[in-house]
Structures are given as C-alpha cells and as structure tokens.
Design a protein around this ligand. Structure first.
Ligand SMILES: [Zn+2]
Length: 343
C-alpha cells in the first residue's frame, strides 16, 4: 500500500481528486505512541507511531485547514449535519501507558483534544495483550509449535525472516479460531516460553491511577472499548452485550463517569457487523467507531455507530502518504482496487 500512496503523491494525482472525496472530517486511530526501538522483528509496529510523527500529523491537518476537536463535538456536529468546520479527531485504542507518558505531552504542546478507548480488563489485570505476547514468544524462540483444533503448526523462528513467516502463518491461523481458543493457545504458548502475560499487561497498560490522571486532564476523554477485548461479532449476543456492559460498569465505578462513545475491539468487517452496530446504539452510546478505513462523509450522519477511521499506521509514518490519504482518493480507488489493501 505504501508504494501506491507514494506514487499517487509523486504524480500529484491526489491533488486532482474531487473535493467531495475528502469528506467532512477524519477520525484518526492510534494505539501506541513511543520512540521506535529499531527492532527488526516487530509485527505489531503497525500499531505504534513515534511522538514525532504524531507531531507531524497534527501540523499537517492544521495546515490543511482541519479543526482538531473532541470526539464528542465532532459527533454532535455530524449528527446536526453542521459541516462548517472540517474536523480532525484523535483516538487511541486499548489504554497503553505510553498514551499518558508519550502522547499526552504532544497533545498538550499543541492543545489538541483526544480520546482513549479503554479496555477495562487492562487496568483490572485480566485482559490479555495476546498479540504482543505472541510477538515476544516468536522474538525469543528459535522454534514454535502451535496446537490448533485441526493440527499443529511447527516452524523455526531462528532469524527475523523466519519469525516474520511464522507470525504471518500463526497470527492469522489464531485469528480464524473462536476467540476463547485463540486466547487459550496463546496462554499455553506463553507458559511454555516463559512469558508472563499478567506482567506484560502491567508493563504496557495504564493502571487505574494512571487512567484517572488522564481522565482528569482537560484535553483527554476516556471512552469504552469493552472489558476483555473480544471480537464482538464472534460472540453470542448476550456475551457481546456483557463484555460491553462490564467495561462500562467498571469505568463508571473507577472514573465516576459513564462513557458515551464506544469503539469495537479489532473493529474490522469480521469483528463488528450490523448486529454489533445495533447493540452499541441500543446501549445508548452516542457513537461507535470501527477500524474500517475511510474519512467521514455527510452520509455518516445516519451511521453514527459504524464510523470509519484513518489509521496512523506505524509502517507508513510519512507525511506524503498522510496527505494522499486525506484527499480521500485511495479510499475511493480502494473500493475498485482491493489490491491497494484499503477498504
Ligand atoms: Zn483495541
């Protein structure tokens, strides 16, 4: 995808895109913000950007005339079909500690509001950051044996290339499983390879005291992202509802405020569908965001519970790509050219 975006930038094609494609605003999706540690095998790097690129993104959207505003204000304007200001909203999923230590100072320096969608099982200590656990397992191991219902995957992981191959195979094989089985297998692998998953959560995620520090900051708002971060669409309706409600109850108890916006765990087509959009609406959220890629169009005023976002992907930390994405052209083309990897 990166090369296609750079080609569009170089040719200037994106500047000729109809203005309507750029829509009425953008909701940026981030996860972690921290300096690049230079690791060669870093399959989760797409989930993190550097403080410097966050800075550059804020500068770019402001130069392009966007107004940085809170999620709540953007949703209000969208619902009222007030498109007088093109908005940029920054959201960070899950609740990583670096949101407080690395991202907040950048947002503060520029006076930019932002939302953290919190998985309450992280500060509570029972949610698992299994994708980072898997990365650490493959990083340290020279071979892995993954047990799946339909057989075993055995692969060498001796160098970065083998680790990357193993990741591509194993990550997607696990993602295809019912999530309880996925979690159980990563737990088993972690135990086998000496990775302490509870310690990993404490290392990477905010504690409740840290969440409260963030919640008290005038630029920050904390919104809902379930208790255990299960893909909603894979759960029976009562379990899906329960994971959202447990998160809301815990946030209300710990923060003294009931969240009013929601983001779907994983948030892709397979993880959140029409049933889940209806559930978020019926639970009283003012909006819900997916990880479907796109800019906000006027028609989203009627679809506040399935809002697309623009991912700030750590693999593509390049201002030129951002400019092309904000033109809306890649998303319009992506509908016709799935090979672009944009849907
Ligand atoms: Zn998430």
């Amino acid at each position: 995808m990166g090369r296609a975006l750079l080609a569009m930038h170089k040719s200037g094609a994106y500047r000729l895109a109809p203005k309507s494609l750029a829509g009425v605003g953008a909701i940026f999706m981030l996860h972690r913000v921290r300096p690049d540690d230079g690791a060669e095998f870093a399959p989760n790097r797409l989930l993190e950007i550097t403080p410097g690129f966050l800075e550059e993104t804020i500068a770019t959207v402001r130069e392009q005339g966007y107004t940085c505003m809170t999620l709540d204000e953007a949703v209000s304007r969208l619902a009222a079909r007030d498109f007088s200001k093109r908005f940029a909203v920054f959201t960070l999923d899950d609740g990583y500690r670096d949101n407080l230590t690395e991202a907040l100072p950048v947002f503060e320096r520029h006076g930019v509001p932002f939302t953290v969608y919190l998985t309450t099982g992280l500060p509570d200590g029972h949610a698992e950051i299994w994708w980072v656990a898997l990365e650490r397992i493959l990083s340290a191991a020279i071979a892995v044996h993954v047990k799946l219902p339909d057989g075993e995957i055995a692969m060498f992981t001796r160098d970065a290339a083998e680790k990357a191959q193993a990741w591509n195979r194993i990550y997607w094989a696990l993602r295809a499983l019912p999530e309880e089985l996925l979690r159980a297998e990563v737990r088993r692998l972690a135990a086998e390879h000496g990775i302490d998953m509870a310690a990993l959560t404490r290392e990477l995620a905010m504690s409740w005291d840290e969440v409260r520090t963030l919640a008290a900051h005038p630029l920050a708002s904390i919104e809902a992202h379930t208790a255990d971060h299960f893909a909603q669409a894979g759960l029976p309706p009562t379990d899906a509802r329960r994971d959202i409600e447990r998160g809301v109850e815990r946030m209300t108890a710990e923060l003294g405020r009931r969240p009013t916006h929601f983001s779907y765990p994983y948030g892709d087509h397979g993880s959140a569908g029409e049933r889940d959009f209806e559930l978020a609406r019926s639970l009283g959220f003012r909006s819900a965001t997916t990880t479907r890629k796109g800019l906000i169009q006027p028609a989203h005023a009627d679809r506040l519970w399935s809002l697309p976002r623009l991912s700030l992907n750590g693999e593509y930390q390049d201002r030129r790509m951002l400019e092309v994405l904000l033109s809306g052209l890649p998303f319009a083309l992506g509908r016709r050219l799935p090979s672009l990897g944009i849907d």
